[in-house]
Design a protein around this ligand. Structure first.
Ligand SMILES: [Zn+2]
Length: 280
């Protein structure tokens, strides 16, 4: 009956490897695999207290983190996408939009709003990766352009938080036009001398990197965010060489002069406020 007796002594599972805790109470970091109480993780701005891994979060978290008492007025909250190309892949585009709206509770891949951040008036646009990979279609471009208009009209600084796989293929050329539209609006902001800060979060790629995300008076990023235009495989095949270590990480991009600084999410609000105070 040896199978009832533990023959090997001293088999211990370290606490962080034990998985019997109910879902929702604990967070396991995908980077260091250590466990944190969900509550503590939230208080830590969804960063890992052990290795500082920045979990991907949506506009609701950034708005709560940045706007004083989470008070803000959302702009164009009901703008939704049309289907200019009658696009069908595995699903018709309007069906995909509706299904994603139901799943995420979002209308499209960006939310914009204005409020106060440490008592400074500010307009913030924040992308949501959950909505079709944070892809930039007409609604994303239009909402960003209108948020910039609000900044211009009320002379308030503009903060863009990017998180995107690039242009939305279901809108093809209409997506690409958003790059020109948002860039032109940002030029007006620059002419008016109103600060524009672009925060790049994990991941920021494609047409978003190639337009508004890299046009900030300050381009800043969260630690270890993936930042690039084309993916590493395409680049490797094009240049026929292996890519350097850490290629397309925020740290690499900073070292090569494309970013001004990297900011820990826990310090984001205070750093942004002191930066904006300096620019006054
Ligand atoms: Zn971790």
């Amino acid at each position: 009956m040896s199978w009832f007796i533990r023959k090997e002594k001293g088999i211990n599972t370290p606490t962080e490897m034990k998985r019997e805790a109910p879902d929702g109470l604990w967070y396991q970091c995908p980077s260091c695999k250590k466990i944190t109480a969900t509550r503590e993780h939230k208080l830590n701005a969804y960063t890992c207290p052990h290795c500082n891994y920045h979990e991907k979060v949506g506009s609701d978290v950034y708005f709560e983190l940045l706007f004083d008492q989470n008070k803000f007025t959302e702009l164009d909250a009901d703008l939704t996408s049309g289907d200019p190309l009658n696009f069908v892949d595995t699903k018709a585009y309007p069906d995909r939009i509706r299904a994603t709206q139901l799943k995420t509770g979002l209308k499209d891949a960006v939310r914009t709003g204005h409020g106060k951040m440490n008592d400074v008036k500010i307009v913030i646009a924040c992308m949501d990766f959950n909505f079709i990979g944070g892809s930039m279609g007409s609604v994303v471009g239009e909402k960003i352009a209108r948020a910039i208009n609000y900044s211009l009209k009320h002379k308030q600084p503009f903060l863009m938080i990017s998180k995107s796989g690039g242009a939305r293929m279901m809108e093809a050329g209409f997506s690409l036009m958003q790059m020109a539209k948002t860039s032109a609006r940002l030029a007006l902001l620059s002419e008016a001398g109103i600060p524009y800060i672009s925060l790049l979060t994990d991941p920021t790629t494609g047409g978003v990197t190639a337009s508004y995300a890299m046009l900030g008076d300050f381009n800043i990023s969260e630690p270890e965010a993936l930042i690039g235009f084309a993916g590493p495989r395409v680049i490797r095949e094009t240049i026929g060489k292996d890519l350097p270590k850490g290629f397309q990480s925020a740290e690499f991009v900073l070292e090569h002069g494309f970013l001004d600084f990297i900011v820990d999410r826990k310090d984001l609000k205070d750093k942004l406020s002191s930066l904006l105070t300096m620019l006054k």
